[in-house]
Structure formats: C-alpha cells, structure tokens
Design a protein around this ligand. Structure first.
Ligand code: SF4
Length: 146
C-alpha cells in the first residue's frame, strides 16, 4: 500500500477510535487483560482491514516483525512476560467495546453501530474480506506492510 494511502487509512481508523472514546458510555478498561486470553473467554476479537493495518503498524513500532508462533489461545499482541498489550493505544475496536465485564460489559450495538459501519466501509474500500480473527488479520497486514 502506498505511503499516503496508508497514512490516511491509519488516521481514519484512529479517528473512529477517538470518537468511540468520546461517547458518553461509562467504560473503564483497567487493563486486566482477561479479555486478551481467548481460551478463557471463548471469544476472539475480529478486525477489519484498516484495524489490522493499524495494529500491525503499532506492532512493528515495538521493533518486532513476526507474531509469536505459540497457538495457546492468548492474543499475539499480549506480552507474555509483562501481561500488557503491546499495542494498547492502537488496540482494535473489539478490544475497546466487547465483552469485558470488569470494564462495564459490552457496548450495546446501537451505541456504536455507526462506527462499526465506518470500519466496514473502510474495509470494503481497502478490498478487505470483512472482520477476521486478530492473529490472521494482523499477520496478513504485517505482510502487506513489508
Ligand atoms: S490487541 Fe491488546 S487489548 Fe486486544 S486482545 Fe490483544 S492484547 Fe488484548
């Protein structure tokens, strides 16, 4: 993807995340990271292509090039030693809105459906395949950024 297109894509995704943060919905993520352990929750975040590109860019900014190979039901963006998300500032929409009870529970779809549609529209413009599981989506985005 050309640099200018990539920059505007990343800016567009960040703008959606910013709008979400400004919604008057009480949520308080305290980074417990239980929701990052998919084998515990049985739920895996799915990312549209713009989100995956932003997550991949943030992951590369940590100095890493490849996702960890381990298929242990833990998010590849969760640093095992520290228990922290390596891309927290650019974490995907689902990580901000879905199932964490400690943060206040999932958003109602009607509270965020306009933002979901914008992510889906961006996915279509980028010729994405719709929301995909985080590991596969970010691995492909890392390839695309090479
Ligand atoms: S991207 Fe970050 S916040 Fe989202 S599941 Fe992975 S480690 Fe957790």
């Amino acid at each position: 993807m050309a640099g200018e297109n990539l920059s505007s894509t990343l800016a567009g995704v960040r703008a959606i995340y910013q709008e979400l943060a400004q919604r008057p919905v009480q949520r308080n993520c305290i980074a417990r990271t239980e929701c990052c352990q998919f084998q515990l929750t049985g739920l895996t975040p799915h990312l549209t292509k713009g989100e995956a590109l932003l997550a991949a860019k943030a992951f590369r900014a940590t100095g890493r090039k490849e996702l960890p190979e381990a298929d242990d039901g833990i998010c590849p963006m969760l640093q095992r030693q520290t228990g922290r998300c390596m891309i927290y500032a650019d974490r995907p929409f689902a990580c901000r809105t879905h199932f964490c009870e400690a943060a206040g529970g999932p958003y109602a779809r009607k509270e965020v459906v306009d933002l979901i549609r914008r992510l889906e529209d961006l996915d279509a413009r980028l010729r994405g395949d719709g929301p995909r599981k985080i590991a596969a989506a970010v691995a492909d985005a890392l390839d695309e950024l090479r």
